[in-house]
Design a protein around this ligand. Structure first.
Ligand SMILES: [Zn+2]
Ligand SMILES: [Zn+2]
Ligand SMILES: [Zn+2]
Length: 133
């Protein structure tokens, strides 16, 4: 049986792939906050298991605080490319050099600056090296 999987409970399906919540302005996950040509990724939030275009969208569309994606779950898909609607794991996204490994679309490299809003930072390999004041 052919099934593309992830058929949600009712509602019209967009161009394919999982639904993106929040004030999007087009079908490539751009939102009212980030709408440049490069802003084509949506992030899944651990707290509600939903895709949002950005952390501000989550804040305005949710009644709870965002929980970043846990380090231990980085092999699971948590990033959606709005161009090909393919899902990337966190590891794939952080290692892709701001280019979709599936369709070659360019991602906004500025997102890496606040990646810790979406993904729990990896633990340091030297736990004893932390300075505690
Ligand atoms: Zn949430
Ligand atoms: Zn937004
Ligand atoms: Zn893509």
């Amino acid at each position: 049986m052919a099934d593309d999987g992830g058929r949600g409970p009712g509602g019209p399906r967009g161009p394919g792939g999982p639904a993106v919540h929040g004030p999007t302005v087009d079908d490539q996950t751009r939102c009212v906050h980030y709408a440049t040509v490069l802003d084509v990724v949506a992030l899944r939030f651990w707290c509600c298991d939903r895709y949002f275009p950005c952390h501000l969208c989550h804040a305005t569309s949710s009644d709870h605080e965002a929980v970043p994606w846990p380090v231990a779950e980085r092999a699971r898909p948590a990033v959606l490319c709005g161009v090909c609607r393919g899902e990337l794991s966190v590891d794939e996204y952080l290692g892709c050099g701001s280019t979709c490994p599936r369709c070659g679309a360019a991602f906004n490299p500025g997102c890496a600056r606040h990646a810790d809003l979406y993904f729990e930072p990896a633990p340091t390999p030297w736990p004893a090296g932390r300075s505690v004041l």
